[in-house]
Design a protein around this ligand. Structure first.
Ligand SMILES: NC(=O)c1ccc[n+]([C@@H]2O[C@H](COP(=O)([O-])OP(=O)(O)OC[C@H]3O[C@@H](n4cnc5c(N)ncnc54)[C@H](OP(=O)(O)O)[C@@H]3O)[C@@H](O)[C@H]2O)c1
Length: 288
């Protein structure tokens, strides 16, 4: 399968390099700026196209890896000004959007897919390494679904098939655990800073707690892995937290309370047995 990318950003570079590592050759890249295409081509030993027309002509599978907001427009532009080839596979790698945004390619008798790597691509080399253990969420036309699955399987990755209707919620799952964890670290560091511990030290001090919790939750599941005052039913401790946060960091009271409430629900599954404690715990939160 001859593969090309339109949009030579982090994902296209990393996934292209990963494909090449798995002996699946990448034909090349077209991007808004030639320099991005050249950089990606160098990484993958492929070609930097200065015209999207030539890339479309040469490839059987075209990934449109621009930012989400540009995918549909880029697809429409190719369909109108260049024309896709009948039977070509056209895919994007967005988590949130379905393959419907590639309708203009489907109208030209192409097979369209969203092929989403469940991973955060911050740095190309790290992303290529992490891709080994990254599952892919695949959604799209029946016609060439097996070809898409074969590609992912050839790299040795897990995959799951997802419907168009479920894509948004599926993507929200990825965002809440990945992006919000980063936000949560930042909130934790703000608490440390408020008691005079500098940002770097605060982060380093909190990090082992986070990685330990991740290991526990993986090993035991969420309900069993939960520790801390809510899991113990220590009402007074939680009330003291709320008072202090209200006094010193009132802007963070809401986030503490929203997550606290959800944690009570989780704790009530296995950790807190006493119904009265659960009821009290449910009613102490202050959401600002
Ligand atoms: N980043 C992640 O963690 C992640 C994870 C999973 C999936 N994804 C998905 O992967 C896709 C790409 O994301 P990314 O993080 O790689 O984005 P990115 O690093 O911002 O790269 C986007 C690339 O698209 C190019 N581009 C923008 N408009 C274009 C146009 N009109 N025509 C041609 N090229 C254009 C940019 O061009 P120039 O550099 O040439 O200016 C840039 O190189 C998105 O659909 C995203 O949802 C991202």
């Amino acid at each position: 399968m001859v593969i090309g990318f339109v949009g030579a950003g982090k994902v296209a570079k990393s996934f292209g390099k990963y494909l090449a590592k798995n002996e699946i050759s990448v034909r090349g890249y077209y991007s808004r700026s030639l320099s991005s295409a050249q950089e990606a081509a160098e990484l993958t030993n492929s070609v930097a196209f200065d015209s999207v027309k030539n890339l479309i002509k040469e490839c059987e599978l075209v990934f449109i890896t621009t930012p989400d907001d540009a995918i549909e427009e880029v697809c429409n532009h190719i369909a109108k000004d260049v024309g896709f080839k009948k039977g070509q596979i056209v895919a994007h790698m967005s988590g949130a959007a379905s393959s419907n945004i590639l309708k203009s390619a489907r109208d030209q008798e192409c097979f369209t897919y969203s092929i989403h790597p469940l991973q955060a691509f911050a740095d190309v080399n790290k992303a290529v390494e992490d891709l080994n253990k990254t599952p892919f969420g695949i959604e799209g036309d029946e016609g060439k679904l097996n070809d898409v699955i074969n590609l992912i399987q050839k790299c040795g990755n897990e995959y799951f098939i997802i419907s168009k209707e479920d894509k948004v919620l599926y993507h929200a799952a990825a965002c809440i655990v990945s992006n919000y964890l980063v936000t949560l670290m930042d909130v934790g560091v703000s608490f440390m800073k408020a008691v005079g511990i500098d940002e770097k030290k605060g982060f380093e001090a909190l990090y082992p707690l986070v990685s330990g919790s991740l290991q526990n939750v993986r090993k035991l599941g969420a309900a069993s892995a939960l520790t801390g005052p809510i899991a113990r039913g220590d009402l007074k401790t939680v009330e003291h937290h709320l008072e202090e946060i209200e006094n010193k960091l009132p802007e963070l009271l809401k986030i503490y309370s929203v997550l606290g409430k959800a944690t009570v629900d989780l704790a009530s599954k296995e950790k807190i047995k006493d119904i009265k404690t659960i009821e009290k715990m449910k009613n102490i939160w202050k959401e600002g």
